[in-house]
Design a protein around this ligand. Structure first.
Ligand SMILES: [Zn+2]
Ligand SMILES: [Zn+2]
Length: 228
């Protein structure tokens, strides 16, 4: 799956100039995550230096700066803070998530990770029978679970009048669900429009939609690895 994510990111980077930089970076990161998958937490400590090196070499300037200030001795603090206090924002969140995603995604079916009950990274519509089924994607383990289509995953608002969908011809398989009650928004990837899409990757390509929503006064329910 990590290789598929990396390939998808590289393909989208060719397609969408505006989000090219972050997609190329994510492609390299997903390949790296694939190499460290299926290990326990303690044995992942030895991969921390290679993550810092990757970010310094290929990451956006602010992340590269943060990586230069970190060293292996901070692994426990960064990783355990993120694991033990889900939902609390930290500027080092990127490093914890990059390291922990391969670990959490290998959990057996039915065992939640600490972030499964937090607001989702992205939503996903996929064909089922004659209609579309809706799932939401956990920001850490990246597993999908069913969720009511017409409810805000940020505040549980379900009034049709309060929830609006926005889309643009530039991204035919992406849309935003924005909630007037909590002013949060969720990116939704429609697999009926592009069956090859991978929600947590295609969501990164929708950067121009994010910027529009933020300009309109909404906030993303869950920032992605790019911090948006
Ligand atoms: Zn999870
Ligand atoms: Zn809401």
């Amino acid at each position: 799956m990590w290789d598929q994510r990396a390939q998808r990111a590289r393909l989208l980077a060719e397609r969408y100039q505006a989000s090219r930089e972050i997609l190329v970076f994510y492609g390299g990161l997903a390949s790296w995550q694939g190499r460290i998958a299926a290990r326990d937490l303690d044995s992942m400590k030895c991969f921390f230096p290679s993550l810092l090196e990757l970010v310094i070499r290929t990451g956006p300037a602010d992340l590269a700066d943060a990586a230069r200030k970190l060293d292996s001795t901070q692994f426990d603090q960064i990783v355990h803070n993120y694991w033990d206090a889900p939902g609390v924002f930290s500027e080092l969140e990127f490093f914890a998530r990059a390291l922990l995603q391969p670990y959490a995604s290998s959990f057996p079916e039915g065992l939640d990770c600490p972030w499964c009950r937090q607001p989702p990274q992205v939503g996903c519509l996929h064909p089922q029978g004659d209609g579309l089924a809706f799932t939401i994607v956990c920001p850490l383990c990246l597993r999908r679970r069913a969720f009511p289509r017409t409810r805000c995953p940020g505040c549980d608002e379900s009034s049709e009048k309060k929830l609006a969908n926005y889309s643009t011809p530039e991204f035919p398989h992406l849309r935003l669900q924005a909630c007037d009650t909590c002013r949060g928004y969720l990116m939704i990837v429609d697999l009926s429009s592009d069956p090859a899409a991978i929600p947590e990757v295609d969501e990164l390509a929708g950067l121009p939609l994010d910027l529009w929503a933020i300009q309109e006064g909404f906030h993303k329910l869950q920032p992605n690895l790019a911090g948006i």
